[in-house]
Design a protein around this ligand. Structure first.
Ligand SMILES: C[S@@+](CC[C@H](N)C(=O)[O-])C[C@H]1O[C@@H](n2cnc3c(N)ncnc32)[C@H](O)[C@@H]1O
Length: 198
């Protein structure tokens, strides 16, 4: 898979990836990682977890991907074609404030995304998806209806999703991602968190 550090990309094969992951038993995939701040903060706070931030857009990743944390890696990939090197390895998936084709795939129950998530997961994988009102409005959905549709699509794909939780401006302000901060001070500071497991 294509990984990135600063402006330099490197193709990491399965053997190299397994060597990097060897001493970690909890692997977090942050899909649609944006500038990678959430992945960086998690890796910094939990040195025993290995964090992989994935985004289809490389430009925003230049800053945080320079970080020299041993338990942090950034990869360039589309959510609809996740790298097969990750198959069966991921213990926790986060998708924070998706927009564009990532959000569309969640809303439409796109099998390329849902099968990909299932492929990278294992029997004890958990998921947290945080959806914001503005991104859903751009796709023609209210926050509540969009979250409900995504809840149903995940449930149909075999995920057990718990009761959705509302995130208000305080929760967004406290959340360690760049987009959460923008939302917290924007026009519609609301999000819904869907958490669950396979
Ligand atoms: C609103 S930003 C959120 C970024 C970050 N999660 C945060 O909380 O700051 C949404 C991100 O989803 C990424 N994205 C959209 N469609 C994608 C896709 N199909 N595959 C991978 N990433 C995608 C975008 O490039 C963008 O970085």
């Amino acid at each position: 898979m294509e990984t990135i550090r600063g402006r330099t990309s490197h193709t990491l094969d399965l053997t190299e990836l397994q060597a990097r992951l060897a001493n970690y038993n909890r692997i977090l995939l942050d899909l649609g990682t944006g500038d990678g701040k959430f992945a960086f903060c998690h890796a910094d706070k939990f040195p025993s977890h290995f964090v992989i931030g994935v985004d289809s857009c490389r430009e925003n990743l230049h800053k945080h991907s320079r970080a020299k944390l041993p338990n942090l890696l950034y990869a360039i990939a589309s959510a609809q074609t996740l790298p097969c090197e990750l198959n069966g390895l991921v213990s926790h998936i986060t998708i924070n404030f998706p927009w564009g084709s990532l959000l569309e795939s969640l809303l439409h129950g796109d099998s390329r995304l849902l099968c990909g998530l299932e492929s990278v997961a294992n029997l004890s994988t958990t998921v947290d998806i945080r959806l914001n009102g503005g991104a859903l409005a751009e796709q023609g959905w209210s926050l509540e209806d969009g979250a409900e549709r995504i809840f149903e699509n995940l449930a149909s794909a075999g995920w057990k999703i718990y009761t959705p939780e509302l995130m208000d401006s305080h929760a967004l302000r406290a959340f360690p991602s760049t987009w959460a901060k923008r939302l917290a001070f924007g026009r519609d500071p609301r999000a819904i968190q869907l958490s669950g497991c396979l």
